[in-house]
Design a binder for this molecule. Structure first.
Ligand code: GLC
Ligand code: CA
Length: 551
């Protein structure tokens, strides 16, 4: 059965950073509504919005205090209804972020759980232990222990995989499962077309009595992924949820965030027989090398190069294993990682070639707002805007290891997620047309040309993305077979084939000129980035150049 999302080209909007409409420096729903013509012209046909619900914004909306109302910084329910209607009128589907693993500690369920230890809502969360002692040594993704003492003084502790202000829901409780299903139904009933299901692989936890084996000091929390990721109950609890929702909304797109899941789990989560997700987003796409990495300071905040041979293996594995099962999600960036221009590409030609490489493969593209302009990470001159204690530690250790504070901040700015969430560069006015006010996320931005300037330039990145999106919508690139060719480490070459139609995508990953011989003579160049020469079967590509051609 074919569905709208088989041909989706998704554009990820970080609502707080896209367009401010009321001059408070924070992007909002009315701002997004103003920019629908831009989205239409770009050619995308679906938008994924990061969370917009009532939230104390400890984690920029992933800490939800009310799933049934829009955060007042972001808009109103009436504006949301208008946004849905206007997107649909423009032929654009809407996917909402659905945070089901945890709530905010300001959610009424959690407040009730604290106020009434014997009440119904206590069991909506995970409380355990006594004398404020941690029940086990498991570590949180946001640092420290997963346990936080019950502030109401019972001596128990509550479980939080992310920030301590984001207590995990107890999915073992059937009431929780039904309550979250109600939330999903509420939004689908208002016309939303899909849900990006946040952190779903973490809803089940192993026996809380057991420590995770560690050779280090057992009083220190350790990451214990096998105890809280991809447990079998994830599937048994979500299957009825997904089946019941689909019974009423057969066209819903369920897009799961499956960070650490390997490709075989991705098959389990997305095979049509499993009745769980339609597609999953993996975090395993971008293996990096150790070259130039200083082991004396935190490695995750140092710029690293992609390990291209490993990247190739990963891509072809996901392409082949999911073939005939589900559509791989194709992306270079999102709100949790540095922008592709800063992290990988470094030059506009490389960025264009990499976009071609990724999005013309089998699967569904997700383009992170501003990527189509070649936007880079912001640069912060102080640690404050990172709002992340691990950056403070990094700058301190880096200075002890002989780096200047400025160098350490440059490294963190190039690798951290917060500077990737900068305001959209609309035009050349003050605050780049994003707002009349200083943006909530303020940093130095690069020299990237604004959307306005790029829209009148046929050779701009924006124009390239428009052409790429059009090309992707040809049946050959939507539905054709995929086959990676064995070429050297410095090139990435694959074939797409559908009936009598064949195309090759040929990318130079290096800064050296390279020559590739195709199995057949080229007929027509469909899209290009950088310098190239085509002589029948022989393709000469300049530094980081890329081509899509038919034969
Ligand atoms: C997901 C989101 C991330 C958030 C986390 C907790 O990984 O992408 O931004 O912090 O879940 O909700
Ligand atoms: Ca605003």
């Amino acid at each position: 059965m074919s569905s709208w999302y088989d041909h989706a080209i998704i554009y990820q909007v970080y609502p707080k950073s896209f367009q401010d409409s009321n001059g408070d420096g924070i992007g909002d729903l009315n701002g997004i509504r103003q920019r629908i013509p831009y989205l239409q012209k770009l050619g995308i046909n679906a938008v994924w919005l990061n969370p917009i619900f009532v939230s104390p914004q400890v984690d920029n909306g992933y800490d939800v205090a009310n799933y049934y109302a829009i955060d007042e910084q972001i808009g109103t329910m009436a504006e949301m209804d208008s946004l849905i209607k206007e997107l649909h009128a423009a032929g654009i589907h809407l996917i909402l972020d659905f945070v089901l693993n945890h709530t905010s500690d300001q959610h009424p369920w959690f407040k009730d759980a604290l106020a009434n230890p014997d009440g119904l809502y206590r069991d909506y969360y995970i409380f355990k232990g006594h004398d404020n002692r941690r029940p086990n040594n498991w570590g949180s993704f946001f640092g420290g222990s997963v346990w936080e003492p019950d502030p109401s003084g019972t001596g128990e502790s509550y479980f939080h995989l992310f920030d301590k202000h984001m207590p995990d829901l107890n999915w073992a409780n059937p009431e929780v499962r039904l309550s979250m299903e109600d939330v999903a139904r509420f939004w689908l009933g208002r016309g939303v077309d899909g849900l990006r299901i946040d952190a779903f692989i973490h809803i089940a936890k192993a026996n809380l009595d057991q420590d995770f084996p560690t050779t280090a000091d057992n009083s220190q929390p350790v990451l214990a992924e096998p105890f809280y990721a991809n447990l079998p109950q994830v599937q048994s609890w979500l299957r009825p949820f997904s089946q019941r929702i689909r019974a009423d909304y057969p066209d819903v797109f369920l897009l799961g965030e499956a960070a650490s899941a390997n490709v075989n789990l991705a098959v389990d989560y997305t095979s049509p027989e499993a009745h769980l997700m339609d597609s999953v987003i993996t975090f395993r796409y971008f293996p990096t090398t150790n070259t130039g990495i200083d082991s004396a300071i935190a490695t995750n905040l140092q710029p690293a190069s992609i390990d291209w041979p490993e990247f190739k293996k990963t891509q072809v594995t996901w392409q082949q294993t999911l073939s005939g099962v589900s559509r791989p999600i194709l992306y270079w960036g999102n709100h949790d990682m540095a922008r592709v221009m800063t992290r990988v590409a470094h030059t506009p030609v490389a960025a264009a070639s990499l976009a071609m490489l990724m999005y013309l493969q089998q699967g569904t593209p997700i383009i992170y707002y501003g990527e189509e302009l070649g936007m880079e990470n912001l640069h912060y001159d102080t640690v404050a805007p990172f709002a992340d204690g691990s950056v403070d530690d990094f700058v301190e250790t880096a200075q002890k290891a002989g780096y200047s504070a400025a160098d350490a901040l440059t490294m963190a700015s190039a690798t951290h997620k917060m500077p990737a969430r900068g305001p959209m560069l609309w035009d050349d006015s003050a605050h780049n047309g994003f707002s009349t006010h200083k943006p909530w996320n303020d940093g130095r931005s690069d020299e990237t040309a604004s959307a306005e300037r790029q829209s009148s330039d046929p050779h701009s990145m924006l124009s390239f993305y428009q052409q790429l999106i059009q090309l992707k919508q040809q049946a050959l690139f939507e539905d054709g077979d995929y086959c990676l060719l064995s070429t050297g480490d410095d090139t990435y070459v694959y074939r797409r084939q559908l009936g009598q139609q064949t195309a090759y995508v040929v990318i130079n990953l290096s800064s050296q000129k390279t020559v590739i011989t195709l199995p057949a003579a080229a007929a027509q160049v469909m899209l290009s980035a950088g310098d190239y020469t085509v002589n029948d079967q022989q393709i000469i590509l300049g530094a980081h150049a890329g081509l899509a051609l038919s034969v």
